[in-house]
Design a protein around this ligand. Sequence first.
Ligand SMILES: Nc1ncnc2c1ncn2[C@@H]1O[C@H](COP(=O)(O)OP(=O)(O)OP(=O)(O)O)[C@@H](O)[C@H]1O
Ligand SMILES: [Mg+2]
Length: 310
Amino acid sequence: MIVTVTLNPAVDRTLWVRSLAPGDTNRVLRSVMDPGGKGINMSLVLRECGVQTTALGFIAGHTGQFIKTYLENRGIATSFVEVKGETRINIAVEDAGGGPPTTLHEPGPEVGMEDLRQLWDRIRPLLKQAQFIAFGGSLPPGVPNDVYATLIRNCQDNGVRAILDADGTPLMAGLNAKPYLVKPNRAEAERLLGRSIRSIEDAASGALELVQRGVSFAVISMGVKGAVGATSEEVWRVRPPVVTSKSTVGSGDSMLAGIAAALAKGAGVGDALRLGAAAGAATAASPDAGLCTQAEIQAIYPQVHLERLR
Ligand SMILES: Nc1ncnc2c1ncn2[C@@H]1O[C@H](COP(=O)(O)OP(=O)(O)OP(=O)(O)O)[C@@H](O)[C@H]1O
Ligand SMILES: [Mg+2]
């Protein structure tokens, strides 16, 4: 079983208009509403990979209930802490021009110290059955920047390997707790390491630097170019097939779910990267901003190229 923790989930509302006119009334042609947040995406894809998962974190109000019900309807166990307010709604407006969407992101409800204590009360009983615990995404208002470090230490002290997918200060602070697995994308890795990553070689040395800092398995993902993964003993490069992509939102979360699912089933790091790349590409190829299905992952898996660099 793999536990996922999303501290600041969102409901992603995508609206399609012919041509967005600011300051005017815009007719919406089509709209969809999906749960959002890195851990939540991971749980949805873990389920597609046939791995049991429990999703938790903070939810609030009606939008929070939407997320909980959505997950439970898909057979995913949840143990969210309910806080005051409403879980945020992130709006994306897509127009026929084909450019990037216009997005509006709310900060999310305030989370206090007592809420964090309650979260730990929810996590602790799950640690006995958990193979991994994954922490992902931005922090809600009111939460200290080193929250991931504290949570990761507590979990790893209890024998459960932690996965961290974050950016900026929360990622930098979280690294101090030496999570088992991290998967920054190229831009996140550049911010973390303080240098540019242009080539696969740059990514390989970046991943090895993260291993030197105490991460057991460091992956740097490079979108359509695939990813590089390193441990103290091995370095691998994985390349997905070319797919037609409408939206790559959630590709990184899908990749982490694929990697964690394979590791939980006993695969080595190379094969784990291969399943991760298949899931990431399958999500990039899936319609709208949707996540991949089991069938889509299986169709892409044989087309993924895996190479050992060291
Ligand atoms: N356009 C694409 N075509 C094929 N595979 C892709 C594409 N985009 C992503 N992938 C696969 O998914 C993996 C993760 O993608 P990416 O590096 O974009 O993650 P990310 O930026 O963390 O995504 P997000 O945080 O939005 O979920 C890549 O390493 C690759 O294997
Ligand atoms: Mg990402």
